[in-house]
Every structure is written in C-alpha cells, then in structure tokens.
Design a protein. Structure first.
Lengths: 351, 753
C-alpha cells in the first residue's frame, strides 16, 4: 500500500487544520477507508486519526428533547443503547441490519454517513468511474448494474449510497453538526449527500477539513417511536447491502395519520426521502389503499438505469410493507433478524 | 516445524474398535488456540515477501511495466518479469501428463485472462511488495475479450471431466421421447463459481543450495512434488513439502497452480526464502474454478409416470489455452431408470483461467439441473416428487446396466422423508403458508457421487515399547484426516489411538494419493489397513515361530491383534503383548508397508456410488420475493462411516454449499471486459451463519463388500449434490414459479403476487 503520514491530533481544531491539507483524509474506524486503500481506490497522503479526540463518543439528551450522538459512537453501542432503541426504534433496527456484528462494533456514526458507494466499477480501478476519476466515464452504465440506482441518477453515475443507518435518520430530519475551518455549522442530513448530476465525484456538502462531530435528532423525531420500522431486502441475511430498503415512521392520532415519514435506501446516491408520499398520508386513515397510493407516489420519478427495473416494483412493495408494519406498531423488542421480512420467523437466531 | 502436538484425546467411549467412533478432531485444540501451523505461518530467517501483479485485461498483451518505479520504492528487492526470472527446466506449456494444466509463470507477455499473474515484486515487507506491484502500472495492448456461454463457435470436446467421453448413450432416446405421454424440455443455467477457501493459496519457498524446502497447502503432496521437480529440473529427494493443515482445498489445491511456482522462482531469483500469499481477489483466475453451464434436459414419461427417455445436454466453457470441461450431463448416468439415456456436452472458449475441479465437479452443476427437471417431470405427471423418484428407482446403473456394489438409496428416501415429514406435503405449489403468511415450500433432491479409489502407500511399525507408528503423506484439508485416518491406523495395528504415532502431511512420507474425488479416506485408509495387517503378520511370525511364546504354533492366521496383544484366535487365554514379543526377539521394531488401490475386477463388475436424499423447506415472502431456507434433512448412504462426527460435518458443509449454489453463489463477469466484478467475500455471496437453517443429517447404514477392504465410499462431495436441487424445488413449491437460472434471484420471484 502507498506510504502515508499518520497524524493524531489532540483537538478538533488541530484535526480540522490537519485534514484541510490536500491529500489528507480522516480516519475513524476505517472499516471502509482501509479497504479502499488496500484496493488502491483511495491513495491518501495523510491519515488524520480522530478516534482519540475527546467528547465525540457520547450520546446526550438535550434540554429541548433532541438527542445528540457523537460522531465516534460505534454503531453497536448506539443500537444497543436501550433508551435510544426505545425512542428511535427504526434507527436501531437499521443499524443492526447493517454489515456484520464485527463491523458494527468498530464502525462509527460519522463514518457511516460518509461511507462510499459499493458500485463494483468504483472499486475496480481498471474500470472507468466518474466518481473515482472525474470525467473518465461510467462503466456501470452499460455494465453489470442490476443493483444500481433507480432514482436521482445521471448518465455520469448510477451508483447508490449503501448506508442503512442514514435511511431512518433522513426520515427523522436528522441534523449533522460539522466543525470546519470557519467554525461550527449544521446542515440537514438530507443535504449532506449530493446526487451525481454532472459532478459525481462531489459526494457531499463537506468542504476540505470539515469534520462531522455529531448527528442530532430533533425533538419531533421521538414522536414516531410507537410506529417506526426499517425493512431491508437483500441477498443474504447478514453482511449484505440492501437491494432496496425503506424506513417508515407514522404518528397516529385518533385513527388518522397525523404525520408520516418515509425514506428509501439502495435506490439513489443518497438516502431518498419520499416527501410526496408522506404528503398523501397526512390526515388519512392508515389503510392499505393509502399505503398503496404512497408507494406509487414514492416511486413516481423512478426509472431504471440498467437491468434494474425490478427494483422499482420491489421498492413499491417494500414501501407498502414498511408502512403496514409501522402502522401495526413497533415491536416491543427488535426482532432477531432485524429489518428482515423474516423477522417474525420463529427459531431465527441473531444475524 | 515442531512435532505436531495433537490433542491427547479425552477418554473416548470405546466399543472394541476406533473405526465408527465419533471422536472429536485431534487437531481441534491446536486450531482453536491458533497453534496449528499453516503454510503462511512459517517465517524462515531472512524471508522476503512476494506479491503478484495481475492483469486487469482479459485478453491482450502487456506492453510495459514500470519496473524502475517499483524498484525505487523503499524495501523492494527485486521485480520478477518475463525478462528477468530464473529459467525453468521445461516449458510450462508442455502437458507432461493428463494432470498437468497450463499455468502462467511469466513465460511471456500474453494475457489470456483477467487476474493472470504478469509480474512478481519481492520486498522486505508485505507493504513494500504490495505498493511495488501497484507502481508497475502495466500498460496493455487490449484485444476483445471472449466472455460467456455464447462467446464463440461451440465444439464437442474430446473428453469431459477426467477422461469421460463427452457423449454417452444407452437405448433409443428419440424413440423414447416420441413414445412419451408427457414430455418436458427445459434449459437451466449455472454461473461460474470461484474457490474461496478461508486460506488462500500460499507458499513459503526456501532454497538451500540445491535443496528446496516448501511450505504450501496441497491436496496432492506427491503430484505437486513431481511437478516442481520437473519444472525446476531437480531430483525428487531434493524437495521437501510440508502441508500439515489446509484451510480448505475443495479441489483448488490438488494440482500445482502457477502462483506457488512463482513463489519458488522468486526465492531462487533473490537467493532468500520467499513467502507468497494470494490476495482474495487473486483467487479469481489462476487457481481453477467451476465453469458456468447451460443445460438442456428433455425427459419423457409414460402414462404411469415411468421414464421413457432422458436427454441431458450441457454447454460449458474452457479457457483459450487449455482443456477442462465440467462434466455436468454425466450426472444423468446413474440415478433414474430411463430405458433410453443420452448425455452430451459442447463448449466454447472464453478468456478465463482454466476452469478446474471444484467440489463435486460435474455432479454439482449437473445435479441441480437434473433434480429440477425430475421435479418438473413429476409435476407434469401429477405425481409426488418422491413417488416419482421411487417409480423410477434404478435397480442397476442405468447407463451401463451394471449392478450396484451397494445402494441403500431407498432407505435414504424412507428415513429422510420420515424425519422431514414429507408425507404432509401438498402436491400443488403455492398451497402452504405459515402463521405469518409466508409461502412455504418443500422440495427434494437425490444425491449421488461415485465411490472412487486412487493409489496409496503407508508404512506401519510396532515398537518394543508397545506403541505403534503409521506413516502416510495424507492431507488434512479440514475434513479430519488427522483423526479419521488415525482411527483406521489404530485398528490396523490393534492399538488404542493414543498409542499410535500417526504421521501425515509431508512429502517424505509414503504417497497417500491425491485428497480429491471424495476418495482420500478410502484410499489412504486402505493403505493403512493393509500396512497394519502386514506389520501384524510380521509380528505374528516372530511369536508363532518362537517356542518360548505362548503363541508358538498358532500360525499366522491363528492370531488376532487387540489392545496391544496378539491373541490366539481359538483360545483367548493364550496371548502375548507386542512388547514381550519384540523384547524376546531382541528387535527394536518391526515395520511393513501396505498399499491401497482400486480393484479393477470389482470396478468392471459393479457400479460404485454413494447416494442420498435431501429434503428442504423454504419460506418465501409472497410480495418481496425474499427466500429463506428454514429446514434441511439429508439422509446419506456412503458405506462404512469411519467417524460419524466428522462425516456429519462434511455432509453439513456440502448441504450448505448446495443451498449456496441454489440461492447465493455467482461470479459476476463484466460482459465487455471479462473482469470479475465481485472478487471479494463482501460481494461474492456465500451463506452467512444467519442464513443456515437447522440441518439434520442421517447416515444410513450400508455395507459394501466391493468398493475396498474397509467398505468406505467417501462423503466429501456428495452433500452438495441433491441439496441444491432440493432448495430450488422447494422455491418452486412455495411460489409456483420455476426459476431455471441459478442462483435464484429476488427479481425472478416478483413476477407474480
């Protein structure tokens, strides 16, 4: 592997200064970055190790009812935090359906947000990839692309964002706290990831040196705890990315949907918030017809980018199912096979 | 390497013999503690690291390598290229025997498949060698790649598998199909699958003057040694290979592949020991794989559901530079009693590493197609799939008419079906649901694998201290040879297993033959059995010819060996311990050799196969198409079971692979470039623990007096056959959708709700 400098800053300010240099990248758990480096997809000059920074590994209840999760909290620690799982069950279920137990123990909240696509052509350095090398072309476009994007893609890039965690987070209006050269700022998670357009190499709204220090769930996010699910269809029960996933969260009052949240995973270069579908659900009874209408609305703009037309129909069915499950109520315990259609199958052991 | 310190076994329950006892594996504690020395764990002083650079094109020529840039990188010692390498004694393109396959050892600039080795960087550290390989930045002249089952004009290969005729027939297939009341004509596709043993190919090579020390996982110590000897032009006795443990072989480590040869060349080039380990993605090319197939089955049956004809054609691929043909259609030779059978193969050449042996080559690919087709035929006849199979039960081998040496398949069907509860199955598909509304399907498949024997030799000794020794260059790939063969050795010399010093895994020991074809326990076991009998005969000679012995006059056939004593067969009270016999004779030990080999007369007379029946339950989400296997029962008859514990593990592993074949495994090749796009364990899906349901294995009693002296048939590969089809058939039964392309994918089940 390419030789690189390794620095371990003592403070966030030092970290931002070190990472603002050209060729520098942040290193947290490295569950994605180290693979990228071993495969020569990423060849950084300098790793800025943030794992020793103080204060980024806490889960805090704020006075206004928000929850603030430090960027260095591990996926496993967050998912197994009982209070967190109770308040944001779809997020915990999504976390536990991601990667493998070993990876979840290492992977961090901040890193998960910034994981790279799993497009095989991005990882294969002999292929053309506009994301990896701007302007080189996209070999996925006419290649083996049955798992690629059906929403928000462009001719330059049809890759998807692979995160499970981000899907319910974006549904719940999560906010990302960023420390940068000019101090602290925050943006909606929905604005963190960019669609490819003409510049698929620009994946996020972050500027050089920007460090995600926390993810915040606003007070309203707790209001969906009774009716929130994450559902993920994939090709094996663990250690596989979603073909399509969905997070559905409802606030039901007096038999009517007072508020609805819906986001899809595995369909676009970002976690896909389906606001038009949410709109049709607000104020109506949680019926199969309403969910069906929402499922159609969610995929109105979808179109295949290759051999993946089935993902559009699959996404509709997943939306329908996720809403149905959410309406039925959050289970008292996270299922043994989290986010799986087989969650209720008896005898299943933990994935 | 220190002497192997195998676990001193806990007091096992003994009932007179070691064979048949479910001993836990004797190398288990070593492995759990990380103390088992695998090839790449060896670090001789002064060792360097070699990393292979591989081609990123599938067809063309390397036009330049930036050797200077690689050499400038700190720590890089040398770069081996076609222009800078030790000369081999023979051209690696020459096939000196049928088990030699062409390999790429930098003999030129031609690229014939993606991931072909094109250079080797040797450095002080693994990191430096890895970066050196990147800095080579190869440039290519790229030619169009031949990809897929329709890549070019097809041809009929002269042979398929290992010397099987590519076409075979019995009876009149055309007439059989014409006279049929019911016919099916269905085409199935199976993908390329690649070897993903936990331990990748690895070698530590160390030249000491003209002596070559090799640490390398191999399923064929002597075949590998012979190939190294001819490639490097050195005598057999100048080479020593150690292979005490393999982290899985599955056919990929049977024959010498190119990468380990490159490791030996690199060590020669730099004059220091060299370690070379393949990266995971480098396994997808130069070390063999399972070829893709497209199989057409045409089957006819009469009004009573009796087969009238079975026509099985398989299209497969081979490389552009060598010949190996997945003998998929041959799976139809042995199972079903059709009066007319035809099997045939054709192939196209593609830019791929030569496909080779991968667990049940031919049987696995052929079985999923045949078992699916038989299931389709049963449905067409309106019959239960088990009843249909029983109706067409082969009392003699259909393609040859030979009787079976033994065949307890009927008992497998009975016991497996009873354990599974098959009788409650609905005939029609898409009828069964569970409480959660998931579709439930039950499917079955018949398992079969030939009972093979190769050649082996073993050396046995009895020592004056009353202990025994058994030496054989056998291979433990994880299947448990250290335990099962030691059990056979213990019985062969009439001692407790812990009193026998069992040695295996190095090339200086007698040749155990290749650990392949599910034949290793049978072959090595037969040699051990025969060596043990020979050494006991020598010992008996000493006793029965000595008038001071209580056994004097008993004659060779008049004693039996048990618990370290020779005992007069007709008089239990007259016996003498091994130590007493040797002490009085004044010898330190007696030794003898024995061999194991196929019996041509028996093979001429009998068809020899292991059999089994696998039953699977799947659940399918009716809207989302996601499939989960929830239960599998396999009943197998494979002759004598040496160690039921290890045998069950082997069968479990095979059944899981069968499930993987039906639902998960597939190499995705870019149709334009010929590159494999999922050459890693993240994207090349095999089942994880959470995918594997409760498995139930029944070993059905079977006595076979013909296959070999011990009656062993082998269990290494049969588990994958039958299982893949059982899962596929269960998916059909659950959904009513017959998927004929494997692995079954979600989108194929979304067609209906």
């Amino acid at each position: 592997m390419k030789q690189f400098a390794y620095v371990r800053p003592a403070t966030v300010t030092e970290a931002v200064a070190a990472a603002a240099q050209p060729g520098a990248v942040y290193l947290a758990a490295g569950t994605n970055l180290l693979d990228l480096m071993k495969g020569n997809i990423s060849r950084p000059d300098r790793l800025v190790d943030v794992t020793h920074l103080d204060g980024l590994d806490r889960i805090e209840r704020l006075a206004d009812g928000s929850l603030r999760v430090g960027a260095l909290v591990s996926n496993a620690d967050l998912a197994y935090d009982a209070e967190f799982a109770k308040a944001y069950p779809a997020v915990a279920e999504a976390l536990l359906s991601g990667a493998s137990a070993q990876l979840r123990n290492a992977a961090t909240v901040g890193g998960n947000l910034l994981q790279r696509t799993r497009c095989a052509y991005f990882y294969d350095t002999a292929s053309r990839c506009n994301k990896r090398e701007s302007g080189s072309g996209c070999d996925a476009r006419d290649g083996e692309n049955r798992t690629h994007a059906v929403l928000g893609w462009s001719d330059r890039c049809i890759a998807t964002h692979p995160s499970d965690f981000c899907v319910p987070l974006v549904a719940l209006d999560a906010i990302v706290e960023i420390e940068g050269k000019n101090g602290r700022r925050e943006i909606a998670l929905d604005e963190l990831h960019r669609l490819p357009g003409n510049a698929p190499e620009r994946e996020s709204a972050l500027e050089p040196g920007d460090l995600i220090v926390a993810v915040r769930l606003p007070p309203a996010a707790r209001g969906f705890a009774a009716h929130a699910r994450y559902l993920k269809v994939r090709e094996r029960t663990s250690y596989a990315f979603a073909i399509v996933s969905a997070a559905a969260a409802l606030r039901i009052e007096n038999g009517k949907i007072a508020d609805a949240r819906l986001a899809l995973g595995g369909v676009a270069a970002k976690p896909w918030r389906a606001r038009a579908a949410e709109d049709v659900l607000k104020g109506v009874a949680p019926t199969a017809d309403a969910f069906q209408e929402a499922a159609w609305r969610a995929l109105t703009d979808a179109k295949p980018s290759g051999d993946n037309a089935y993902k559009i129909e699959l996404a509709r069915r997943i939306v329908m199912r996720a809403l149905t499950l959410a309406a039925a109520g959050t289970p008292a315990r996270i299922p043994a096979l989290p986010a799986s259609p087989f969650a209720s199958t008896s005898g299943a052991i933990h994935a | 390497m220190p002497e192997l310190n195998l676990t001193s076994a806990p007091a096992h329950l003994r009932h007179g013999s070691s064979i048949g006892q479910p001993l836990t594996r004797r190398d288990g504690v070593l492995k759990v503690k990380g103390e088992a020395t695998y090839a790449a764990d060896n670090h001789p002083p002064g060792m360097l690291f070699a990393v292979i650079a591989v081609a990123s094109i599938a067809h063309g020529r390397v036009t330049s390598l930036d050797v200077a840039a690689a050499k400038r990188h700190p720590g890089v010692v040398d770069v081996m290229t076609p222009d800078h390498k030790p000369q081999l004694a023979i051209d690696p393109e020459i096939k000196t025997n049928p088990f030699v396959f062409r390999m790429e050892v930098l003999q030129g600039n031609e690229v014939r498949y993606a991931n072909q080795p094109i250079a080797v960087v040797i450095a002080e550290t693994l990191e430096a060698a890895t970066e050196g390989a990147v800095l080579l930045a190869p440039r290519y002249e790229t030619l169009p790649a031949l990809v897929g089952l329709d890549a070019g004009k097809s041809y009929v290969p002269p042979v398929v598998g290992v010397g099987n005729p590519s076409e075979n027939h019995h009876g009149d297939v055309a007439a059989g199909l014409a006279s049929a009341d019911k016919q099916i004509d269905a085409t199935y596709e199976t993908p390329a699958q690649y070897h993903n043993a936990m331990e990748p190919h690895a070698i530590v090579a160390h030249w000491n003057d003209d002596h070559l020390q090799i640490d390398m996982p191999t399923q064929g110590l002597m075949l590998s040694l012979a190939r190294v000897a001819e490639l490097f032009g050195i005598a057999h006795d100048k080479i020593h290979i150690r292979s005490p443990f393999l982290g899985g072989g599955f056919g990929s480590k049977g024959l010498m592949a190119g990468p380990p040869v490159l490791g030996i060349m690199a060590a020669k080039l730099v004059g220091r020991p060299v370690k070379l380990v393949l990266r995971r993605e480098q396994m997808y090319g130069p070390v063999g794989h399972r070829a893709p197939t497209r199989q057409r089955l045409r089957i006819g049956a009469d009004a009573e559901g009796r087969l009238t004809a079975l026509d099985h054609h398989a299209r497969t691929v081979s490389s552009t530079f060598d010949d190996f043909y997945e003998p998929a259609a041959d799976a139809s030779h042995t199972l079903y009693a059709a009066p007319a059978i035809r099997t045939s193969h054709d192939a196209v050449r593609v830019n791929t590493g030569t496909p080779l042996f991968m667990r049940a080559p031919g049987e696995a690919t052929g079985s999923i197609a045949l078992e699916s087709a038989i299931d389709e035929m049963a449905w067409a006849c309106g019959m239960d799939p088990l009843a249909f199979r029983l109706k067409n039960y082969a009392e003699v081998e259909p393609i040859t008419g030979k009787p079976f040496s033994s065949k307890a398949l009927r008992a497998c069907y009975d016991q497996g079906a009873a354990r599974f509860g098959w009788a409650k199955r609905s005939l029609r598909p898409r009828q069964m649901r569970d409480d959660a509304g998931l579709l439930v399907g039950w499917g079955m498949g018949t398992a079969t694998f030939p009972a093979l024997m190769f050649q082996a030799e073993a050396r046995a000794a009895i020592r004056r201290d009353g202990t025994g020794a058994m030496e054989i260059g056998a291979h433990d790939m994880g299947q448990g040879a250290w335990t099962a063969l030691a059990q056979i050795a213990a019985d062969a010399v009439g001692l407790d297993i812990d009193s026998v010093n069992f040695k295996a895994g190095t090339s200086d020991l007698p040749d155990a033959g290749i650990a392949g074809g599910s034949a290793h326990t049978a072959t090595a076991g037969a040699a051990i059995h025969s060596a043990g009998a020979a050494v006991i005969a020598k010992l008996a000679d000493l006793a029965t010819n000595d008038e001071r012995s209580p056994l004097f006059g008993a004659g060779n056939t008049g004693v039996i060996a048990r618990d370290g004593r020779l005992i007069r067969r007709d008089d239990d009270s007259r016996s003498e311990s091994y130590s007493e016999i040797l002490a009085r004779a004044g010898v330190a030990e007696v030794e003898a050799r024995g061999t194991g080999a196929p019996n041509p007369a028996a093979m001429e007379e009998y068809a020899m196969h292991a059999h089994g029946a696998v039953f699977a339950e799947v659940k399918v989400d009716p809207e989302l198409g996601q499939i989960r296997v929830t239960r599998m029962v396999g009943a197998f008859a494979a002759g004598r079971i040496v160690n039921p514990h290890l045998v069950k593990s082997q069968l479990f592993g095979g059944m899981i692979w069968g499930m993987s074949f039906a639902l998960h495994e597939e190499a995705i090749t870019d149709r334009r470039s010929g590159r494999i796009m999922n050459a890693n364990l993240g994207e090349y899906h095999i089942p994880v623990n959470a995918d594997v349901p409760p498995l139930d294995v029944i070993t059905v009693e079977e006595h076979d007096p013909h296959v070999n002296a011990l009656g062993i048939k082998g269990v290494g590969e049969i588990g994958i056959t039958g299982s893949a089809g059982a899962v596929a058939n269960a998916v059909w039964h659950a959904t009513g959708v017959r998927v004929r392309r494997f692995p079954i994918r979600i989108e194929e089940l979304l067609t209906q709700r």
